[in-house]
Design a protein around this ligand. Structure first.
Ligand SMILES: [Fe+2]
Length: 897
C-alpha cells in the first residue's frame, strides 16, 4: 500500500502545483488566455486523477502485499481494472510492401490480435522484476478495412491493487501487418504518446515497449524501468552488421560510399566521402552489399526500391504524396523544353520566360471555352509559377543594386564577410598554386568609395567581400577540363554606401596559372562603356554561379543537412525517449534522415541532379569536403559566432544580442538574431529546469555518451579538433542544443525555401556556366564583340539545363501540407503538471508570433532599403509561418526538404 500512498501524494502535489496560475501578473493576451485555460484543464484533469485514485484506494482490501499462496478469492478481490483508449492507424502502402517481401515467412495464423501488457514503475518484491498487469488482447474489428486512417479502441487492463503507477507498456503485434500506435491513454490521465510503428511479431519477435510521456533524466528513472530504458537503446543501436530492411529501426553510422555506381562504368566511380582523403560527416548505415567492381563501395538501389532509414524516419503519407506529385510534375515539365531544344536545336535560357504562367491568368478563366480550359489545365501542369525575383525584375541581367542586396537578403546571405586587409590574401601554399598575390589594386576601387582612401574605408568597416578564391582554386583546373563547364575562382569587393546598401565595385577572376605569358587573374570594375558593360555583366554572372555552388554545397548541404545527421543518429542511439533532451529535440529531427537518404539517391550521387546542374560537375562534393575539413566549426555555427567570424558584427554587451551589426540593415542577420534569442531563451529555461548544476551534466551518462558519440563517430574526421565546445555545465548544453535547433530550423529555412523564389530565374542565378569571359587575344573575342548578348546567353545553362534546375528548385522549395512550424505549439503531454516548462513553450510560441509581426514591420520600413522600396523584395525567408507550397517563407521545426 506504500506504493498507492506515493501515487496519491505525487498526484496531489502535482495537482497543487498546477492549480497555481502561471501567468499571474502578466496581462492577458489571446495566447496567454489560451495558456491559462490550458493550465486550468490540466488542473481539472489532475482532480479527476485524484478522485479516481482515491476510489481505487477505497477498494483495496487490508493493507497487505499479495503473497503467492493467498487464496484465489482474495487475489480476485485485490485485482482491479484500468480502462485504456488505444489509438492506432494503418498504412496500406507499407502493408502491401511487407506482404510482398515477407509473405513466405508467415506461418498459418495461430494467433491474432495485439497483446498489450502494462509494466509498473515498481518492482514486485517476490520476483524482483517489474510488476506486470495481465495481458490484454486488442483485436481489430472483422470488417476493418486496411486503408482505414485510424481508430480508437477501448481495452481493459487487470492489475493488482498494489501495482503502483504504470510506467511502460509492452506490445506484441500478432497481425500480419504493421500498425501505427498513435497513443494510449489510461483513465484519462496517464498518457503514452507512442507515435511509433509496431511491426508484426513474425518479422520482429522482440517485444516493443513504450514508456509513459513523463521525462526522466537517467538517474531519476523509476527503478523498475531502468533495464527497459537501457534495453531499448541497445535495440536501437543494433550490432553494426547486416543489411537493414525497411521496417528495421536501427540507427548506425557509415561513410558516404554509396554515391558512385562503379558497376555502370568508370565515369560513375566516386570517392568515398568520410575518412582522411575526403572528410565528411557520417550518414545512416544501410548495410547494403558492395558493388561487383569495388568492394568498398555500397551498391545502388533500383528505382523501385526504397532506401533504408529507420522506420520512424520514413515520410508520412501526406508528405510522401506531395513529394511524389512534385517529382512527377518536375519530370513532365522537362518535356516541353526538351522538345523545344530537340526541334529548334538552340533553345536559349532566355526562352525560359515563355514557361512561366501569366500572373493575371486565373482571372480570365470564367470566360474561357472548353478548349481554352483544357489548354489551361495543361499549362497549369507544365508551366512554372513565376519566381518572385522574376516578377520584380524581368531582365536577364541582375542590376548592381540587386546584386549587392541579395548578398544580404537573397538566397545566400551567409557568405558575405568584412574585408579586413586590402588586397585580400589566400591561405594557400605558393609552391603548389603559384603566385597568389591578388590582382586587385587600390586604383581599381578608389573611385567608387565615396572619396575615402582604401585605408579609411577599411577602418570605417565600409569594405566587404564575397571571397570564393580559396574554395575554387584547388579544383579549378579539373572543372574547366570538363566539357561545357567553365568557371573562375572569384572575389567580389563591395562598398557599404551611406544608404546602408552594398555596391559591387570590383570583381577579381582567377584561373590556374597556365604559362608566364597568360595572366591568370583579371579584374573587372563597374562599366564605363558598352564593352565593359558586357564584361561586367558576364563577371557578375560568374560570381553568381560561384555563389550558387557555395550556397548549395557548403551552406545548404554541408552545414545543415549533412552536419546535423550525426546528431540525429546519436540522439536515437544514446538518449532514451524518456530523456528530456530527446523530448526537446524530437520535433526538430522530423524527416531529415529520409530527406538526406533521398539526396544520396538522386541529388548528390554520381550523375545526379547536383552534378548535372552545377558547374563543378563530378567535383561538386569535393567542395563540401574541403569546406568541412578547412572551415566548418561547430562552435561557430551559432548565429552570433558566425556573424562575428565573418566580421559583419562585433561583440557588444550593451546590445540586446551581445553584438552589434556593422551592416545595420542586414535582413538575414537582424531577423535571425530575433529567432536565435527566442530559441536560446527557451532552451536555457528547459535545460536549467532539468540540470541544476555541472554535476547533473557530468553524471548524466546518456547526455555525455550522446555528445561524445556525435563527435567521435558522427563527425569522426574532425573528432580531434580543439574547437568542439565542452559539455560540462548546463550553459554548455544549452548552447549546443540552441545551435542545433537554430541550424535545423531558421538557418535551413533561410537557405532552402527561397531557392525557387530567388534562384528560379536562371539567367540571374546560373548554377552552371559554359564559357569563360573572352580576352582580347582569344579567338572568341570577335564573336563576343559582334554579338555580346548571344555570347552572354551561350555562357549560361541551356534551356533544358535551366528548366531541369528550376523543376528541382521548385520541388525542394515547397512546404508540404503536414509541415510543423517553429511557432506551432509543441505536444505538451510530456510536461503535464510542469508549469515552468509549459509556460516556457507558450512564451516561445508567443515570441515567435511577435517576431513575425516585427519582420512584417521591418519589411514596410522605407529606411531599410535592403528589404523595402520600389521593386525591392521584402525579406520573408525568416517569417516563421507559412502555408503549403512554394511560398518563400516559413520556418519548419526541422529539415524536412
Ligand atoms: Fe534543404
Amino acid at each position: 500500500m506504500t506504493g498507492m500512498k506515493n501515487v496519491l501524494q505525487d498526484i496531489h502535489l502535482q495537482n497543487n502545483k498546477t492549480c497555481r496560475d502561471p501567468l499571474i501578473g502578466i496581462s492577458m493576451s489571446r495566447e496567454q488566455k489560451l495558456l491559462s485555460s490550458f493550465s486550468r484543464s490540466l488542473s481539472v484533469s489532475r482532480r479527476k486523477v485524484n478522485l479516481r485514485l482515491r476510489k481505487r484506494a477505497k477498494q483495496t482490501p487490508a493493507m497487505a502485499v499479495l503473497h503467492g499462496d493467498r487464496s484465489m478469492e482474495l487475489a480476485m478481490a485485490m485485482t482491479e481494472k484500468l480502462t485504456a483508449l488505444v489509438t492506432v492507424r494503418y498504412n496500406k502502402a507499407y502493408v502491401e510492401e511487407v506482404m510482398n517481401n515477407f509473405v513466405n515467412i508467415f506461418s498459418p495464423k495461430s494467433h491474432s490480435g495485439v497483446v498489450l501488457q502494462l509494466i509498473s514503475t515498481e518492482f514486485d518484491p517476490r520476483s524482483n522484476e517489474p510488476k506486470l498487469s495481465k495481458e490484454t488482447i486488442l483485436e481489430w474489428p472483422k470488417e476493418m478495412r486496411l486503408e482505414a486512417e485510424g481508430s480508437t479502441y477501448q481495452v481493459e487492463f487487470l492489475i493488482d491493487s498494489d501495482f503502483g503507477i504504470p510506467g511502460a507498456l509492452t506490445v506484441i503485434n500478432n497481425y500480419e501487418y504493421e500498425f501505427f500506435l498513435e497513443s494510449i491513454t489510461i483513465d484519462e490521465y496517464l498518457h503514452f504518446a507512442c507515435k511509433y510503428w509496431v511491426q508484426p511479431n513474425a518479422l520482429h519477435p522482440e517485444k516493443r515497449f513504450f514508456f509513459t510521456n513523463k521525462a526522466y533524466l537517467p538517474s531519476e528513472t523509476p527503478i523498475a524501468l531502468k533495464e527497459l530504458r537501457e534495453k531499448e537503446l541497445r535495440q536501437l543501436r543494433g550490432e553494426g552488421r547486416g543489411v537493414r530492411i525497411f521496417h528495421d529501426r536501427i540507427y548506425d553510422y557509415d561513410v558516404y560510399n554509396d554515391l558512385g555506381d562503379p558497376d555502370k562504368g568508370d565515369e560513375y566511380v566516386r570517392p568515398t566521402l568520410g575518412g582522411p582523403e575526403n572528410p565528411h560527416p557520417r550518414r545512416c548505415r544501410t548495410g547494403r552489399p558492395p558493388t561487383n567492381t569495388e568492394k568498398k563501395a555500397e551498391s545502388r538501389l533500383s528505382e523501385s526500391e526504397s532506401i533504408y532509414v529507420p522506420r520512424e524516419e520514413e515520410l508520412e503519407k501526406l508528405k510522401r504524396k506531395t513529394v511524389e506529385e512534385r517529382k512527377l510534375k518536375g519530370k513532365l515539365r522537362n518535356i516541353v523544353p526538351f522538345l523545344l531544344e530537340f526541334i529548334t536545336g538552340d533553345g536559349k535560357v532566355s526562352d525560359v520566360e515563355s514557361l512561366f504562367k501569366e500572373p493575371a491568368h486565373s482571372e480570365m478563366k470564367s470566360h474561357h471555352s472548353v478548349l481554352d480550359n483544357l489548354r489551361d489545365s495543361i499549362e497549369e501542369y507544365f508551366k512554372f509559377d513565376p519566381p518572385k525575383i522574376f516578377l520584380r525584375n524581368t531582365s536577364i541581367f541582375l542590376p548592381d543594386d540587386e546584386f549587392g542586396r541579395q548578398v544580404l537578403a537573397g538566397i545566400n546571405p551567409l557568405s558575405i564577410e568584412r574585408l579586413k586587409v586590402f588586397p585580400p590574401t589566400s591561405k594557400f601554399d605558393t609552391s603548389i598554386y603559384g603566385p597568389l598575390e591578388s590582382a586587385l589594386k587600390e586604383e581599381h576601387i578608389k573611385g567608387h568609395i565615396e572619396g575615402l582612401s582604401v585605408q579609411q574605408a577599411l577602418e570605417e568597416n565600409k569594405l566587404y567581400i564575397l571571397d570564393y578564391h580559396d574554395i575554387y582554386l584547388p579544383i579549378l583546373e579539373r572543372i574547366n577540363a570538363l566539357d561545357q563547364r567553365k568557371t573562375y575562382a572569384t572575389r567580389t569587393i563591395f562598398f557599404l554606401t551611406q544608404m546602408g546598401t552594398l555596391k559591387p565595385i570590383a570583381i577579381e577572376l582567377t584561373l590556374p596559372p597556365q604559362d608566364p605569358n597568360t595572366p591568370s587573374r583579371q579584374v573587372l570594375t563597374p562599366p564605363t562603356d558598352a564593352a565593359t558593360n558586357w564584361l561586367w555583366r558576364l563577371g557578375k554572372a560568374h560570381v553568381r554561379s560561384n555563389d550558387a555552388v557555395v550556397h548549395q554545397l557548403v551552406h545548404h548541404w554541408l552545414r545543415t543537412h549533412a552536419c546535423v545527421e550525426p546528431f540525429i543518429i546519436a540522439t536515437h542511439r544514446q538518449l532514451s525517449v524518456m530523456h528530456p533532451i530527446f523530448k526537446l529535440l524530437h520535433p526538430h529531427m522530423r524527416y531529415t534522415m529520409k530527406i538526406n537518404a533521398m539526396a544520396r539517391e538522386t541529388l548528390i550521387n554520381a550523375g545526379g541532379i547536383i552534378e548535372t546542374d552545377f558547374t563543378p560537375g563530378k567535383y561538386c562534393m569535393q567542395i563540401s569536403c574541403a569546406a568541412y575539413r578547412d572551415w566548418w566549426r561547430f562552435d561557430l555555427e551559432a548565429l552570433p559566432a558566425d556573424l562575428i567570424r565573418r566580421g559583419v558584427a562585433v561583440p557588444d554587451t550593451t546590445q540586446p544580442h551581445g553584438l552589434r551589426l556593422l551592416i545595420e540593415d542586414y535582413p538575414y542577420a537582424s531577423d535571425g538574431l530575433l529567432i536565435w534569442s527566442s530559441i536560446e531563451k527557451l532552451v536555457k529555461t528547459y535545460v536549467n529546469h532539468y540540470y541544476k548544476d555541472a554535476n547533473a551534466i557530468a553524471t548524466d551518462n546518456e547526455i555525455q555518451s550522446w555528445y561524445r558519440e556525435s563527435i567521435n563517430l558522427g563527425h569522426a574526421d574532425l573528432q580531434n579538433a580543439k574547437w568542439w565546445p565542452k559539455l560540462a555545465t548546463p550553459d554548455n548544453l544549452a548552447s549546443i542544443i540552441t545551435t542545433i535547433i537554430w541550424i535545423v530550423s531558421a538557418e535551413h529555412a533561410a537557405l532552402n525555401f527561397s531557392q525557387y523564389p530567388y534562384g528560379g530565374y536562371v539567367p540571374t542565378w546560373p548554377p552552371l556556366m559554359r564559357r569563360l569571359i573572352p580576352m582580347e587575344q582569344d579567338p572568341e573575342y570577335t564573336d563576343f564583340v559582334t554579338d555580346p548578348q548571344s555570347y552572354f546567353l551561350s555562357s549560361l545553362p541551356s534551356l533544358f539545363q535551366a528548366t531541369k534546375f528550376m523543376a528541382v528548385m521548385d520541388m525542394i522549395s515547397a512546404h508540404s501540407p503536414d509541415e510543423e512550424y517553429i511557432g506551432d505549439i509543441y505536444d505538451m503531454s510530456s510536461w503535464l503538471g510542469n508549469n515552468e516548462i509549459i509556460v516556457a513553450f507558450y512564451q516561445f510560441s508567443m515570441e515567435i508570433k511577435s517576431i513575425e509581426k516585427e519582420i512584417e514591420r521591418r519589411n514596410a520600413d522605407p529606411e531599410l532599403r535592403n528589404r523595402c522600396g520600389a521593386g525591392v523584395s521584402p525579406y520573408e525567408q525568416l517569417i516563421p509561418s507559412s502555408g503549403p507550397g512554394t511560398t518563400g517563407r516559413g520556418i519548419p521545426k526541422s529539415i524536412t526538404v
